[in-house]
Design a protein around this ligand. Structure first.
Ligand code: COA
Length: 596
C-alpha cells in the first residue's frame, strides 16, 4: 500500500513507523507539516491510499481528511485528549497508559478509533518513555490499524455513544503547573516534575540569579542541605537540596531573552560557568558500582564471568569528557577477571556520537570537534583492540552516526527489537570517523556500507539483523532489556566455544594488523574530518548550529519526500526490508512533548 506519513518532524517515532512499514512491503513517503506549505497540495501530489500522522502537532485540514482516510497517532489511551498527554501521565503518576490511532476529524483527538494499545509507565523521563514503551505500543497500534484499513471492511469504533469511553480533555501542561517549590517539594515530587518535562521543555526555575530550564532529574540518597541549596557537582551535573533529600540535575538551558539568540542545553556546570559558586565535586570511582542510591552516567556490575559496563548520556551525546571517562571505565572493566564484557544495556539511546551542543558552545568549535572525535575514536579503538575477552554491544535504544559505529566495534552487537539505527553521517555534513571504514564494510559488505552511508536512512532492528549490522535482535520491552541481555551474556560466557573465540580473536587482529592495520583507517578518516572541522565554510558548522538550536527545516528534505519503492520482502524471518528515510537536515527535535 502507498502510505504518506505526515509529521511535524521526522522524529524517532516517525522514523520507526517509516522503517517498519517499509519492512512490511509498503511504499512510504514523508511530508513535513511546515509553515507556508500546503498539506492538501502535498497530499494531492503523493496520491496515497492512506495518510498516517505518527507525530503531528497541527490539525489535519478538512480538505485532506474529507478526501482521504487520515490516521492520527495519539500518545494516550482511548478517551484521552489534549496536547500534553505524556506529560500528564507522568505528572499524575499513571502506571498504565496507552497509544490510540484515531481517524482525523473536525475536532482534535475526537475521531473514530482504529486501534488502541496499552503500555506500562515505568519511572523514567518522558522522552525515554516516548522512545520506549510508547513507541512500542504506537507501532503495534499503527500496524494493526493499517491492516484493518487494508481489509476495506473494518469499521472504526466511535468515541461517543453509550458504549463509548469516558472522554478526558486536558490542557497544555504549562510552567505554572511544572514549577518546583524548593521550600515545599519533596525529592519524589521534584523528580516527578523533572521527568514529566524531560527532555523538553524542561522545568523553568530560578538559579543563581538567572532563569534556567532544568533538564533531567535523579534522586540522591545521601547529600542533604537547606532546601533549594546547591550542594555538589558530579560529571557536569549539579546536586540541589529538596525538603527531604536532594536531586542531581545533569543539564540546563538558559531562558531565551526576547530578541536574544537561541539557547540550548548544556551540562549544568558548563552552562552556569562562572556563576557557579565553589562546590565540592563528588566524583565516583572510574568504575562506579551499579546502585540506585545516587546518580552516575556510567555504571559497572559483574555477574560471574560477565562484566556489564552501562552508560547513559542525555540525548545519547558523548562529549570529550564523557568519552574519556567512559574509556577510563572501559579500561578498568578490562582489568577485571571476566570473559565477556557487555557494553551498554541501558534503556533509551545507546549513543548518538559526538556532543554537538558542547561543541557549539566551545570558544573554538572546530578544535572541540577535533578533541571530541579523537576522544570517541580512542574509545572505539580500545573496544576494537580488546583481545582477552569477548565484547558485546547491547543496544537497548536508538543509535546514530558515531554511536552506531561505537557499537560495531564490539565482537557482537545485540539490539532491542524497538531500536532504530542511523548508520551514517552525511546529514551532519561529516565524512565520519569511529573506524567506520573498517567496521561497517566488514559487517555488511562494501556495497551495503556505501548504500547506508549514501542513502542516510534509518534502519529498523529487523533490517539491521538482515543486513548483518547487528547479530541478534532481543525481542522485549525496554525495561526487560538489561535482564534479557544479562541472561544471554551468561550463556555466551558459559559456551565452550567462547574461550576458543577469544584466542582466535587475538590471532585475527594480529593478522589484520600486518595487512590493513585499523590505525590506518582512523588516520584516513581523521584527515578528512580535520579538513571539515578547520574549514569555517564547511556545511558541517551551519548544519550543527541548526541542529543544536533546533531550526525548523524550510521544506521536507528531498530524500524523505521521495517515494522509493520498497525492496521485496524476503520470505524468511521477521526481518524483511531495509529501513527508510532519515531526519530532515537537520532535526528540529519537534516532539509532541515539546513546549511550543
Ligand atoms: N549531540 C548533541 N545532542 C544530540 C545529539 C548529538 N550528537 N544527538 C541527539 N541529540 C539530542 C537532540 O538535540 C535532542 O535533544 P532534546 O531531547 O533536548 O530535544 C535529543 O538528543 C534527541 O534527539 P532528536 O533529534 O530529537 O531525536 P530523534 O529521534 O528525532 O533523532 C538522531 C535522533 C540521532 C537521528 C538525531 O538526533 C541526530 O541526527 N543526531 C545527530 C547525530 C550526529 O550527527 N552525531 C554527530 C556525528 S558522530
Amino acid at each position: 500500500m502507498h502510505i504518506l506519513l505526515v509529521a511535524s518532524a521526522f522524529n524517532s517515532l516517525t522514523q520507526r513507523v517509516h522503517a517498519e512499514l517499509r519492512d512490511r512491503g509498503h511504499t512510504v513517503a514523508v511530508e513535513l507539516a511546515l509553515p507556508g506549505h500546503s498539506l492538501a497540495e502535498a497530499v494531492r501530489r503523493h496520491a496515497p491510499r492512506l495518510v498516517l500522522a505518527p507525530m503531528l502537532r497541527t490539525a489535519v485540514p478538512r480538505e485532506v481528511w474529507s478526501a482521504h482516510t487520515c490516521l492520527i497517532v495519539h500518545p494516550g489511551p482511548m478517551g484521552d485528549r489534549g496536547p500534553s498527554s505524556l506529560d500528564w501521565a507522568i505528572h499524575e503518576e499513571a502506571d498504565l497508559w496507552g497509544v490510540t490511532v484515531l481517524q482525523a476529524d473536525e475536532e482534535m483527538d475526537a475521531g473514530d478509533v482504529w486501534a488502541s494499545v496499552p503500555c506500562p509507565v515505568p519511572p523514567v523521563a518522558k522522552s525515554d518513555l516516548y522512545r520506549g514503551e510508547v513507541a512500542d505500543a504506537a507501532l503495534e497500534a499503527v500496524l494493526c490499524a493499517v491492516d484493518r484499513f487494508a481489509t476495506g471492511t473494518y469499521r472504526p469504533l466511535g468515541q461517543g455513544g453509550p458504549e463509548g469511553v469516558p472522554v478526558r480533555v486536558r490542557p497544555y501542561l504549562d510552567q505554572s503547573v511544572r514549577r518546583i517549590d524548593w521550600a515545599e517539594d519533596s525529592t519524589r515530587t521534584v523528580v516527578r516534575k523533572l521527568r514529566a518535562a524531560d527532555s523538553q521543555p524542561g522545568v523553568l526555575d530560578e538559579l543563581l540569579g538567572g532563569e534556567w530550564y532544568l533538564h533531567g532529574g535523579h534522586a540522591e540518597s545521601e547529600l542533604r542541605g537547606r532546601p533549594g541549596e546547591l550542594l555538589a557537582t558530579r560529571a557536569g551535573a549539579i546536586c540541589r537540596a529538596t525538603t527531604d533529600g536532594a536531586v542531581w540535575i545533569p543539564e540546563l538551558r538558559a531562558r531565551r531573552l526576547p530578541g536574544g539568540p537561541p539557547t540550548f542545553k548544556l551540562p549544568a556546570v558548563q552552562a552556569l560557568g562562572e556563576h557557579l559558586p565553589a562546590l565540592p565535586e563528588h566524583t565516583l570511582p572510574p568504575l562506579p558500582e551499579a546502585r540506585d542510591s545516587t546518580w552516575t552516567d556510567i555504571r559497572y556490575r559483574e555477574d560471574g564471568d560477565v562484566g556489564f559496563l552501562s552508560f547513559s548520556f542525555p540525548g545519547g551525546a558523548m562529549s570529550t569528557e564523557q568519552c574519556r571517562r567512559l574509556l577510563d571505565a572501559y579500561r578498568e572493566a578490562c582489568a577485571r577477571p571476566t570473559s565477556v564484557l557487555v557494553l551498554g544495556g541501558e534503556r533509551d539511546f545507546f549513543s548518538n556520537g559526538i556532543h554537538l551542543n558542547v561543541i557549539e558552545a566551545a570558544d573554538d568549535p572546530g578544535a572541540e570537534s577535533w578533541a571530541n572525535i579523537n576522544a570517541i575514536d580512542d574509545l572505539v579503538e580500545a573496544v576494537l583492540t580488546t583481545t582477552d575477552r569477548l565484547v558485546v554491544s547491547a543496544v537497548g535504544g536508538n543509535a546514530a552516526a558515531g554511536g552506531v559505529m561505537l557499537a560495531l566495534a564490539a565482537d557482537e552487537v545485540w539490539c532491542r527489537s524497538g531500536a532504530v539505527l542511523n548508520p551514517h553521517y552525511r546529514l551532519m555534513g561529516l565524512y565520519g570517523s569511529e573506524y567506520w571504514t573498517y567496521t561497517l564494510p566488514r559487517r555488511v559488505g562494501p556495497a551495503a556500507a556505501e548504500r547506508l552511508m549514501r542513502e542516510a536512512l534509518p534502519v529498523s532492528s529487523a533490517s539491521a539483523l538482515r543486513l548483518g549490522l547487528v547479530d541478534r535482535v532481543v525481542d522485549c520491552g525496554p525495561q526487560d532489556f538489561a535482564a534479557e541481555t544479562g541472561a544471554l551474556a551468561a550463556r555466551l560466557a558459559a559456551l565452550p566455544a567462547t574461550a576458543s573465540r577469544i584466542a582466535a580473536k587475538k590471532r585475527d587482529l594480529d593478522g589484520q594488523r600486518s595487512v590493513a592495520p585499523p590505525a590506518a583507517f582512523r588516520e584516513r578518516e581523521l584527515a578528512r574530518m580535520r579538513r571539515t572541522f578547520q574549514d569555517p565554510d564547511a556545511p558541517y558548522h551551519a548544519l550543527r548550529r541548526a541542529f543544536v538550536t533546533k531550526e525548523r527545516p524550510r521544506h521536507t528534505p528531498p530524500h524523505l519526500g521521495a517515494d522509493p519503492v520498497a525492496p521485496p520482502a524476503p520470505a524468511s524471518s521477521g526481518a524483511r526490508v531495509t529501513g527508510t528515510a532519515q531526519h530532515g537536515v537537520p532535526s528540529d527535535g519537534d516532539h509532541w512533548y515539546q513546549e511550543g
